[in-house]
Ligand binder design. Structure first.
Ligand SMILES: CC(C)(COP(=O)(O)OP(=O)(O)OC[C@H]1O[C@@H](n2cnc3c(N)ncnc32)[C@H](O)[C@@H]1OP(=O)(O)O)[C@@H](O)C(=O)NCCC(=O)NCCS
Length: 167
C-alpha cells in the first residue's frame, strides 16, 4: 500500500492531549527511551516554539494479518522552530504503518513549513545504530555533522547529529 492510497484515510493535524494515551503506546513500541506523558504535555501545552503533529487513520484499519484497529495513530513528529532553524525532536511511525512512506510524508510537511518560514537549516539527532532512520534522513539530503558521545541510555549509545541546509 502506498502513501497515495493511505492518504485518503489519514488526517495530519496538530497533536492534542486527547491523543496521548494512543501516542504513549506507539512511543513504547518505537523507543527504548520513550518520551513520558509529561514531556508530550509540555510540547502540546507550554512550549510556544513546538509543533507537535500527528497522523491518525480515519475509521477502521484492517492490518495485513486481519486484525481491526479503530482510528489508530499512524505516527507523529515533534519539531521546534527556533529563529531560522528547525530541530526535529521526535519522529515515530507505528509498526503497523512502516515502509509505506509515512515518515517521508512527515518530512515533506516539515520541509514545506521550513520553506514557508524561510528556515535555513534543519537538524536532528539519531542513534548511531538506527540505520533505517539514517537511510531515511540521507535520502532527504541530511548529512552527518557531529557525534554526541553517549547521548542515549538503554543501551548507552552515541547520537549522530544530522543537518540539512539546502531547503
Ligand atoms: C525510522 C522510521 C521513522 C521510518 O518510518 P517509515 O514510515 O517506515 O519510513 P518511510 O516509509 O517513509 O521510508 C522511506 C525510506 O527510508 C528508508 N528506510 C525507512 N525505514 C528503513 C529501515 N527500517 N531500513 C532501511 N531503510 C529504511 C528507505 O530508503 C525507505 O524507502 P523504501 O521503503 O522505498 O525502501 C520508523 O521505522 C520508526 O518510527 N522507527 C522507530 C522510531 C525511530 O527510529 N524514529 C526515528 C528517530 S531519529
Amino acid at each position: 500500500m502506498n502513501l497515495s492510497l493511505l492518504s485518503e484515510k489519514i488526517i495530519l493535524r496538530r497533536m492534542t492531549l486527547d491523543d496521548l494515551d494512543d501516542i504513549l503506546q506507539v512511543e513504547k513500541q518505537c523507543f527504548t527511551m520513550p518520551w513520558t506523558r509529561g514531556m508530550f504535555v509540555n510540547e502540546i501545552s507550554d512550549v510556544k516554539y513546538s509543533h507537535p503533529i500527528l497522523a491518525r487513520w480515519e475509521g477502521e484499519y484492517l492490518s495485513e494479518e486481519g486484525a481491526v484497529f479503530a482510528n489508530p495513530v499512524c505516527g507523529y513528529a515533534v519539531f521546534w522552530k527556533i529563529i531560522d532553524e528547525i530541530h526535529i525532536g521526535n519522529l515515530a511511525i507505528a509498526p503497523l504503518f512502516r515502509r509505506k512512506g509515512l515518515a517521508s510524508f512527515f518530512l515533506e510537511h516539515i520541509f514545506k513549513m521550513a520553506r514557508e518560514w524561510k528556515v535555513v537549516h534543519i537538524t536532528l539527532e539519531v542513534r548511531a545504530s538506527n540505520q533505517g532512520a539514517i537511510n531515511l534522513y540521507k535520502s532527504f539530503g541530511f548529512r552527518e555533522i557531529a557525534i554526541r558521545k553517549q547521548y542515549y541510555l538503554n543501551p548507552d549509545e552515541d547520537a549522530i547529529v544530522m543537518l540539512k541546509d539546502d531547503i
